[in-house]
Design a protein around this ligand. Structure first.
Ligand code: SIN
Length: 339
């Protein structure tokens, strides 16, 4: 079990006020000690980080990937459980899925209510995740154990700021339901968490330390004139990294206001990689150009990208698309343009 913080490790000042709390206050040892039902399971634990996941990023991801890879490589480890805040969980889940593609279960879990609140959901989520990770019938791969469900990483989204059932699955849907830590009614039948993206070939233990390539997210909307794109391209942060990529959350099927589209063309001419996705909370963009790939926009990324070619689509949420582009850029030997 690896801990990174989050509300699951949070403490509320008053048990009846679950929204007034500090995340990431309890260590994984304390979370485990609160679950006497786990006696008999051989659980090792490690605190990889202790933060509110709103502050997640490459500084934590780089060592986290190395620690997960090292633990997964141990033959005596049947599975990993990772506690994480809900706010950026879908980004870390995508990162772990894409870089590690593990052949053992790597189960993220989290909570909407802090550990000391009435009706805290963390303990049961953690219990389910640990029991499932120890179960030989658990499907290999990265998944989220939350609210009695097992959810695939692709397209996973936190959709609600307070509701206990805060997550919605993506197109791969629910992998199953959990009762007492046992997987029931798996849909589809048990099998590995689907991986239908081309492998990245990144060495999880060999990734460079932060900062990673600078990729920003912005949206198309009424009156979107692209001024923000020009500002981002001109900006040089303290570490000097130029803007390497932009994810644009377009309207509908990834369409863009014409002012924004013109600014994005200028950014591409300067070498910035631009990918389109949709700002809509459900469904995936379908690139009408991607006839050969059967409308699978992830496969489109293998197409050569001339700066004047139509902006490629990616069938991920803007947040998971950002992680994907950062990883594609890291995977390029010397270049910044994936494809
Ligand atoms: C966080 O993401 O760390 C805080 C919110 C949560 O875990 O629900």
């Amino acid at each position: 079990m690896l801990g990174t913080g989050g509300t699951i490790a949070g403490l509320a000042d008053r048990p009846d006020q679950p929204l007034v709390y500090r995340a990431a206050q309890q260590g994984v040892d304390v979370l485990l000690a609160a679950l006497p039902e786990l006696q008999g399971l051989a659980i090792e634990h490690e605190q990889v980080a202790q933060l509110d996941s709103k502050d997640m990023g490459a500084v934590v991801w780089q060592p986290l990937l190395a620690r997960c890879a090292a633990q997964l490589a141990r033959p005596e480890v049947s599975g990993l459980v990772l506690t994480h805040g809900t706010d950026t969980l879908e980004e870390s889940a995508w990162l772990l899925h894409r870089v590690l593609a593990p052949r053992k279960p790597l189960l993220l879990t989290a909570a909407m209510r802090p550990a000391s609140a009435r009706g805290a959901d963390g303990p049961v989520n953690l219990l389910d995740a640990l029991r499932l990770a120890a179960d030989p019938a658990a499907p290999p791969g990265v998944a989220l154990v939350f609210g009695g469900e097992l959810l695939a990483p692709r397209g996973l989204r936190k959709l609600h700021p307070q509701r206990l059932s805060a997550f919605a699955p993506g197109p791969q849907g629910r992998l199953g339901e959990l009762y007492g830590g046992r997987l029931r009614r798996p849909v589809p039948p048990p099998g590995p968490v689907p991986v239908d993206e081309p492998p990245l070939g990144l060495d999880p233990a060999g990734l460079p330390p932060a900062p990673w390539p600078r990729v920003e997210v912005l949206a198309s909307h009424a009156d979107a004139d692209g001024a923000l794109v020009d500002v981002l391209c001109a900006h040089r942060p303290a570490d000097g990294r130029p803007l390497a990529g932009l994810i644009v959350a377009g309207t509908g099927n990834g369409t863009l206001h014409r002012g924004l589209a013109a600014a994005l063309a200028r950014a591409r001419a300067q070498g910035c990689v631009v990918w389109r996705t949709s700002r809509l909370p459900e469904g995936e963009v379908i690139d009408p150009e991607a006839v050969d790939a059967g409308g699978q926009p992830l496969a489109d990324l293998a197409r050569p990208m001339a700066p004047d070619a139509p902006l490629p689509c990616i069938a991920l949420s803007p947040w998971q698309a950002r992680v994907e582009l950062v990883l594609r850029l890291l995977a390029q030997p010397g270049g910044r343009r994936p494809g």
